[in-house]
Design a protein around this ligand. Structure first.
Ligand code: OAD
Length: 245
């Protein structure tokens, strides 16, 4: 069978699965925002090709040099600030309107799913638009340009981005909710993630153990590809809209 015929068949199968399912979940990674112009982490121009994550995305790095870490986060915030959701984000927001039990789980901190209109959304790695005080713990959304390093308006303590760094635990309530959703899912979409970072990567495995039908959408094969029930190779912004009526 030619690649295009096979993809057409998988598309049809996926549409049918989605149409029949009530419990649907999606796990997204940096790849879904690539077509909006947000760099991924591990691709050819990926952020981890240019920077060492140990210098920028660990609690130790922040303790050592908060200004350096904030320089990088302020650069990323500025880069993402004018980016808009692409057809992939919009398709997932539409899926939620068609299927109210739909649960979206994202590793992305860019806020584009929310901008697209997704509400049943678990941002398991936090948000680049939220800051948290390292002294009083207060959190708030801050979209304005920040000083470097920024300080808490309430207590003058040092602020940090409210994201999950390497070596830190994910918020248990969000992670539990994510595991619940994938365990209940009849269909799981795994979109634009290399599947290399835990515990996010284990969500797909949990769905598999629980019997979900799993469709992977990615421009490249991943370690999970051969375990998915179906794979649609290609950009998320082109493929996701084709899954919906
Ligand atoms: P990665 O950069 O590791 O992987 C991005 C994935 O998206 C790759 O598998 C690409 O092939 C795929 N991809 C790129 N463009 C695509 C497109 N247009 N359509 C579909 N797929 C595309 O990003 P993540 O898997 O999200 O963690 O990385 C996981 C975590 O590692 C991130 O949340 C971040 C990072 O370090 C933290 O910051 C804690």
């Amino acid at each position: 069978m030619k690649q295009t015929d096979m993809s057409r068949k998988i598309l049809e199968q996926a549409r049918e699965r989605l149409d029949q399912a009530v419990e649907i979940a999606a796990l997204t990674g940096a790849g879904i925002s690539a077509e909006s112009g947000v760099p991924t982490f591990r691709g050819a121009d990926g952020l981890w090709r240019q920077h060492r994550m140990e210098d920028l995305a660990t609690p130790e790095a922040f303790q050592r040099d908060p200004r350096l870490v904030w320089t990088w986060y302020n650069w990323r915030r500025a880069l993402i600030a004018d980016k808009t959701p692409n057809p992939g984000h919009l398709a997932l927001a539409r899926l939620e309107r068609l299927k109210p039990a739909f649960q979206l789980i994202t590793q992305n901190v860019d806020g584009l799913h929310q901008l697209a209109g997704s509400r049943n959304l678990l941002e398991i790695h936090g948000s680049i638009w939220r800051v948290r005080c390292t002294v009083c713990g207060q959190r708030r959304i801050e979209r304005n340009t920040l000083a470097n390093p920024p300080s808490c308006p309430a207590c003058q303590g040092l602020l940090r981005p409210d994201v999950v760094w390497f070596g830190e635990a994910l918020a248990t309530d969000r992670l539990d909710a994510a595991f619940r959703a994938v365990s209940q899912a009849e269909v799981l979409l795994v979109v634009g993630t290399s599947g290399l970072v835990q515990p996010a990567a284990s969500l797909a495995w949990q769905a598999k153990r629980s019997g979900a039908w799993i469709l992977e959408i990615n421009i490249e094969p991943t370690p999970f590809s051969e375990h998915a029930d179906a794979v649609l190779p290609g950009p998320a912004g082109r493929i996701l809209p084709q899954l919906l009526p």
